[in-house]
Design a protein around this ligand. Structure first.
Ligand code: LCS
Length: 398
């Protein structure tokens, strides 16, 4: 009997069991990796029927694979969607959604503060095909409302936003999208389904860079799209199969393994991040800390309404600005100076010159990404070690 059939299970149970039903052939507890590019047909008729869609069965890994299907089922179960599509990277998920759902003359509204390339691919590439984009501070309800037009076909939000941690009201985003006849895409990478499930608030598509929390071990680049509506999934699937940004079976297997500890990792890192945010915000060398878990966070009501916790990403600015930030990034011993986030190890980086360097300086200022901002992805190391390390690094600034 399926472990996940009724009664409803906690997300901890879903993490461990979804997509991990024992192998039907030998009963292996850990499912095999179907590391194959293609699948044998027993007859020409069977091959033709699979292509025609009149018989089930796999054809070619770019079009579907049992190991990838297990990961898609697992993430769909965690997010509460009807189905999912795994992709070769988070950016492949982003650009496949744009390509599948936008046509020349369409308009898209996108949060101003998002992962740099999510925005730049609209500005630099989709603009060449007649797609118009408005980047707006979606954490400001009035500005958000004004940006949506009758030609808007897609609303794309990232909440909390990379790297400003600004929050967008998901219920408002869903209402604005619905009124315009647009679809709402939510990049849930920073939260993972453990801390935020956007379908509850009306999202149509939930997107992840699985490179981050879902895999959690900084050894895979991948993405996933989860859908509320099977018809939309089929539209996107048709484009993904031909554009070719599909995941590889080995990638999918590694992410399935990572998913088993998702809930444990997310909660452990979050406890550390709460301690780090409290420490930094009380330190005299720190000008400001952006973290949804701080009591003084300006959007505390939204944190309570749509998030099950503040997560483990935070950004901060030192009183000494960029120069002090550079010194700090050199002086810390535990966080590695590297982009990416959501792994078990802490990572520190400088958004203006790294993850968000492709944005124009004006766009960065408008999105609240100041030159002095440093982003820290807090990992699962011992909290006392992280605090001691930050303290010694801050002591070395003067
Ligand atoms: N969405 C978010 C929120 C991200 O943070 C990233 C990558 C992506 C999408 C794209 O996913 P990828 O193709 O890299 O799997 N964010 C990165 C970051 O902040 N540092 O390095 C990559």
């Amino acid at each position: 009997m399926d472990v996940l059939s009724s009664p409803p299970r906690s997300l901890d149970t879903v993490c461990i069991h979804a997509g991990s039903e024992p192998d039907a052939l030998f009963g292996a507890v850990v499912p095999p990796i179907y590391q194959t590019s293609t699948f044998v047909f027993r007859s020409p008729e069977e091959g033709a029927a699979r292509f025609a869609g009149t018989e089930p069965g796999y054809i070619y890994t770019r079009m579907g694979n049992p190991t990838i299907a297990r990961l898609e089922a697992a993430v769909a179960a965690l997010e509460g969607g009807t189905g999912a599509l795994a992709t070769s990277s988070g950016m492949s998920a982003v650009s496949t959604v744009y390509f599948a759902l936008l046509s020349s003359g369409d308009h898209v509204v996108c949060s101003a503060s998002v992962y740099g390339p999510t925005r730049v691919v609209l500005e630099r590439d989709f603009s060449r095909f007649g797609v118009q984009a408005t980047f707006v501070d979606t954490s400001d309800p009035e500005a958000f409302r004004e940006a949506v037009t009758p030609r808007t076909r897609l609303v794309f939000v990232e909440t909390p936003a990379n790297p400003t941690l600004a929050l967008t009201d998901l219920s408002l985003a869903a209402r604005l999208a619905r009124e315009a006849g647009a679809l709402l895409v939510v990049d849930n990478t920073f939260m993972s389904p453990i801390l935020q499930r956007p379908f509850r608030f009306g999202a149509d598509i939930v997107l992840h860079s699985v490179t981050k929390f879902l895999n959690g071990h900084s050894d895979v680049v991948g993405g996933v799209l989860v859908f509320r509506d099977e018809a939309v999934r089929m539209r996107v699937r048709a484009v993904l199969q031909y554009l070719g940004g599909t995941m590889d079976p080995h990638q999918a297997w590694l992410v399935l393994r990572g998913l088993k500890t998702l809930a444990l990792r997310v909660r452990a890192a979050q406890e550390n991040a709460r301690a780090v945010a409290a420490f930094l915000s009380g330190h005299p060398a720190v000008r400001r800390v952006l973290y949804p878990g701080l009591a003084e966070h300006p959007q505390a009501a939204l944190v309570a309404a749509q998030m099950d916790g503040p997560g483990s990403l935070l950004s901060f600015e030192l009183k000494g600005g960029l120069e002090a930030g550079k010194k700090l990034m050199k002086a810390v011993r535990i966080p590695a100076l590297a982009v990416s986030l959501g792994g078990v190890e802490s990572l520190i980086q400088h958004p203006a010159s790294m993850t968000h360097a492709a944005m124009s300086p004006e766009a960065r200022v408008a999105a609240g990404i100041s030159d002095g901002l440093v982003r820290l992805s807090v990992g699962c190391e011992g909290a006392e070690d992280l605090l001691a390390d930050l303290e010694q690094a801050l002591d070395r600034l003067d």
